[in-house]
Design a protein around this ligand. Structure first.
Ligand SMILES: N[C@@H](CCC(=O)N[C@@H](CS)C(=O)NCC(=O)O)C(=O)O
Length: 218
């Protein structure tokens, strides 16, 4: 399998798909392209109909969306273990993953992932509302499942993959959240696969200006 990804410092959608493969110890070749460059679009031209990352190539199968990649890996390689097994929890995990995949535009617009940085930003009402909602999700799920590993459900799931980049965003911008949500953040940050991604991002040197938000506090 080949997974095309963007810069590790900035590419949130890439991180979600990469984490899904890495966390489950699957064998894949990662191909990193610098976002927004001619090479980026040229390399993806004949591979991905959207010319975006992540794009997964598995033999003749091409999957060009983060959530679809997670679903494909779960079905093809993991016998479905990457969603909770109980149907009620599975429905909720899917709803949360979709909520992330299609929403939280305040956070996505105002707090771009920039793992290397430490920044202050002035938040809009929409971003504050998004943060409140995420705090509720993380703290409620953490309270319910903290004895079973501290993930959003009884084991690491695609829902955790979807929210991991938000943890990194909150860290960069010093977003204050309640104790339960902070405990979930700590759980995510302790994950060795995520640590590997963070270490890789630290040695990247490309600057994507559009993702450099806020005032430096480091
Ligand atoms: N819905 C897609 C979004 C993918 C996406 O927007 N990827 C960004 C990088 S994080 C990208 O490839 N941007 C390049 C561009 O839009 O030109 C997914 O979930 O994978």
């Amino acid at each position: 399998m080949e997974l095309y990804i963007g810069n590790k410092n900035y590419s949130t959608w890439s991180l979600r798909a990469w984490l899904m493969l890495k966390k489950h110890g699957l064998n894949f070749k990662e191909i990193k392209l610098t976002l927004g460059t001619d090479t980026f679009y040229k390399r993806l031209e004949n591979l991905s109909p959207t010319q975006k990352v992540p794009t997964l190539i598995d033999g003749t199968t091409i999957v060009w969306d983060s959530l679809a990649i997670c679903e494909y890996i779960n079905d093809s390689y993991l016998s479905g273990i990457a969603w909770p097994q109980c149907s009620k929890n599975k429905a909720k995990a899917r709803a949360l993953a979709c909520e992330m995949h299609s929403g939280f535009m305040g956070i996505r617009n105002e707090l771009p992932m920039n793992i290397r940085a430490k920044r202050n930003v002035i938040l809009s009402e929409q971003a504050k509302k998004d943060i409140k909602r995420i705090e509720t999700i993380w703290s409620e799920q953490h309270l319910q499942f903290k004895e079973q590993g501290g993930w959003l459900f009884d084991q690491w799931s695609i829902a955790d993959a979807m929210f991991s980049p938000v943890v990194l965003r909150f860290k960069t911008y010093g977003i204050q959240i309640n104790d339960g949500a902070t405990a979930y953040m700590t759980r995510v940050l302790d994950c060795p696969s995520l640590q590997k991604w963070i270490a890789d991002s630290a040695i990247e040197t490309d600057i994507i200006e559009v993702d450099e938000a806020g005032i430096d506090v480091s």
